[in-house]
Design a protein around this ligand. Structure first.
Ligand code: GDP
Ligand code: IMO
Ligand code: MG
Length: 424
């Protein structure tokens, strides 16, 4: 029986998970997503191509890989078929490599409408959702009213769909909105529904099964599996800065419920962090920079959302948050991403604690609105370099992080391409 390795983001998402899963895939037989949905945008760069995946695991481009969309993931058939698969079907055989859990919940068109309505009602307190219907779909799952992938193969699918859709339309009206005025990806409800049902028909030709059996039998046969996280640990519904979080368990614990794997079967946990921080959407971000340095990070790092195109908020590396995520995830090795974005900066700052109402703290406080003033360690920057010899200033930067967090950095990523990595 082999153990399941896990790869996840330790910050607020977009750490570069897609890139590193693609790099590590040759070592694994199976790559599996365990939570999230099309709110994710995982970018892969290889052979001059740039591809963004939302629901499909980032192992899909490697020969002979098996890719699983687990039960903990939520799926919008329209996005999966029309925007994801249609873009990659000419370069990889998705149908033969992809397995979809029959227990994964479906994002209905009206889930997306509800997401829009809920954000609108929050006004200035909005979450900054990607508006893909994530919150409403997970709400219905927990409320036991959701519709699942397996349902599309049953005779009463349309009936189930209608019951849920009608309840959504009632909710939308009760919240003071006219659904006729809400567009989803530029379409009204009837138009989106038509495209959505066409995608459902297409989805039936994919391999839909009880992926928990597939996975556990494969592990018993000695096959290897990498679980690919979406979002980041600081967006976890339990431990993130609630309510500014996503609606799933983004931490390692989510792998067990999201794939049907027992906790005793978890092996290595790769934790990814950017050499600085970004966040997209609302919520606390103590080290956020509102000055020219923040703009420089955004420009050099190309920090614009892979899913929504929104500019990402940028700031210095936050070590108390990083250590918190490592604790929750049981990280065994760190991977530092986008180190090249910090090239040629005179000085770098790293947050080691906060001043909270006159007290110096390192633990994250309960109140998401708490005014945390970062306490910085200033470090020397490094010059742009080529080859695999890391400059001494970068070594010092890494050593400082390792010392603070108590874990080793195993890979440094120095560019978006599959091949731009330094193994330590
Ligand atoms: P994910 O959601 O964690 O998969 O990350 P995203 O794909 O949303 O965002 C990461 C972005 O950084 C993408 O545009 C990647 O192509 C890019 N990227 C990944 N690693 C590196 C790196 O080491 N250096 C640079 N400059 N870009 C990187
Ligand atoms: P990947 O997998 C960055 C953020 C949204 C918002 C909050 C809630 O590419 O790292 P939701 O749509 O889930 O209701 O939004 O979470 N968010 C992400 N931020 N990367 C992501 O995914 C994200 N998925 C959701 O911006 O603040
Ligand atoms: Mg992303």
């Amino acid at each position: 029986m082999t153990k399941v390795d896990v790869l996840l983001g330790l910050q607020w998402g977009d750490e570069g998970k897609g890139k590193i899963v693609d790099v590590l895939t040759p070592q694994y037989d199976i790559i599996a997503r365990f939570q999230g949905g099309p709110n994710a945008g995982h970018t892969l760069n290889f052979e001059g191509k740039k591809i963004v995946l939302h629901t499909i695991p980032s192992g899909i481009f490697r020969e002979n890989s098996i890719n699983v969309i687990g039960n903990g993931v939520i799926i919008d058939p329209y996005i999966l078929i029309n925007t994801e698969i249609s873009e990659i079907k000419d370069i990889t055989d998705v149908k033969s490599k992809l397995y979809i859990s029959e227990k994964a919940h479906l994002i209905l068109p009206t889930h997306r409408m509800l997401d829009y309505v809920n954000e609108n009602l929050l006004g200035k307190n909005k979450i900054g959702s990607t508006l893909k219907g994530i919150g409403p779909t997970y709400t219905d799952k927990v409320n036991r009213s959701g519709v699942r992938v397996g349902d599309i193969l049953l005779p009463n699918f349309k009936e189930k769909y209608n019951i849920l859709r009608d309840s959504h339309l009632k909710q939308i009206a009760a919240k003071g909105f006219d659904y006729n005025t809400i567009k989803i990806d530029g379409k009204n409800l009837a138009e989106y529904e038509q495209a959505w049902f066409a995608a459902v028909e297409e989805l039936k030709s994919y391999k839909i099964c009880a992926t928990e059996y597939l996975i556990n039998r494969a592990l018993a046969d000695g096959k290897t599996l990498l679980a690919e996280g979406a979002q980041g640990s600081l967006l976890d519904v339990e431990f993130g800065s609630y309510p500014f979080v996503t609606s799933s368990n983004t931490i390692t614990a989510g792998v067990c419920s999201g794939l049907g794997i027992a906790p005793t079967k978890i092996g290595k946990v790769y934790g990814l962090f950017k050499a600085y921080c970004t966040r997209v959407g609302e919520g606390p971000f103590p080290t956020e920079l509102f000055d020219a340095t923040g703009d420089l990070l955004r420009q050099n790092g190309g920090e614009f959302g892979s899913t929504t195109g929104r500019p990402r908020r940028c700031g210095w590396l936050d070590l108390p948050f990083l250590r918190y995520a490592c604790m929750l995830d049981g990280v065994t090795e760190l991977i530092m991403m986008k180190a090249d974005v910090l090239d040629n900066m005179e000085e770098l700052k790293v947050c080691t604690a906060y001043n909270y109402d006159g007290k110096i703290i390192e633990d994250i406080p309960f109140d998401p609105k708490a005014n945390l003033v970062p306490q910085y360690q200033t470090m020397k920057g490094w010059k742009e370099f080529s080859g695999n010899e890391i400059p001494s200033q970068m070594k010092d930067y890494i050593a400082f992080v390792e010392q603070y967090v108590g874990l080793k950095v195993k890979i440094v990523s120095v560019g978006p391409d599959r091949n731009q990595n330094i193994m330590l």
